[in-house]
Design a protein around this ligand. Sequence first.
Ligand SMILES: [Zn+2]
Length: 255
Amino acid sequence: MLHCLEMQRACKRYLFDRQDISIGFWPDQYHTLCNTKRISTAPIDVPEFEGWMWDKYERTVVMSPYLIPLVVSDFQFVEAEAGLYRLPVRVYGVPHQIANGDGDYAASTAAVQTGYLEDLYETEYPLSKMDIAGVPDFLYGAMENWGLITFTPSLLLYTVNVSTEQERGGISHTLAHEIGHYLFGNVVTCAWWNDIWLQEGLTTYASVFAWQHSQPEFEPIKWFHVDAFQNSLRTEELGTSVGKEIGRASCRERV
Ligand SMILES: [Zn+2]
């Protein structure tokens, strides 16, 4: 069984000020993941829910509700080596891939990048943990849910002697982008979707430096500006291209 909640499009940027999160009614052979650390798991004391559990999580910081994830699964995890970052960084995935070591590269890369971005931003990552989950059939490439970033597995899991160098670069680049959103998007959130270019643009820019720091062999700083510029020209010539501010009416149609 796997359940993954993805809120970005459905849940807009209203401030989330109910910081206690309780999640209930899970069969006891599975576990749940959310923004913060789980502080308790207890059986539900109702006869018809025998064998089902109630999980409670520590308080979050004030945040936008589109950043609330929920994963119910039997995922296993690998944790980044102690010393790479001051907080636990875990990569979750289906058990056989984690047992194969496929999450090791992402865990260590994410830990190094998060520490680097804290220095670059001069803003502390404010939660108590960072989990990253590779969710099979995930609809998007990745999503920066705060404290529980969700990925399609092909952009997160690296198999030694099987994955290509291009895939290894794609994993580290995508990680840098999603982690980079902890400031541009999560701590500072746009008032509405029409300004989303701002948080995406700044995160994309910052992610190049984080990627350069964690995997300098890809030399992203050398070619990023050319790649970004050429891609923007290619997109701009399309008849479907829109201005950077697409307006509230258009935003509503799109969500
Ligand atoms: Zn983004």
